[in-house]
Design a protein around this ligand. Structure first.
Ligand code: ZN
Length: 75
């Protein structure tokens, strides 16, 4: 979703929420069962403020959603 990344420090990921420039601390894996096969998983990243919004947006469409805490995964 983010078209940015230019000028961002390496490894810093920006929240996928439109207009949000915050550092993403969560990864949201999701899939649209109607158009994606089982092994095709899309990934959005989100800051703490928007992880709920983005995951609910996907769950409301009955997509399987997996939220991962990136900071926990790194440590
Ligand atoms: Zn955000």
């Amino acid at each position: 979703m983010s078209m940015l990344g230019l000028g961002a420090p390496p490894g810093l990921r920006e929240c996928s929420r439109a207009g949000c420039r915050s550092e993403a601390t969560y990864s949201i894996g999701w899939r649209n069962p109607r158009i994606h096969s089982e092994d095709r998983v899309k990934v959005w990243v989100a800051c703490g403020e928007h992880v709920g919004y983005l995951s609910e947006f996907l769950r409301a469409r009955d997509f399987p959603v997996t939220v991962t805490d990136l900071q926990a995964a790194q440590s």
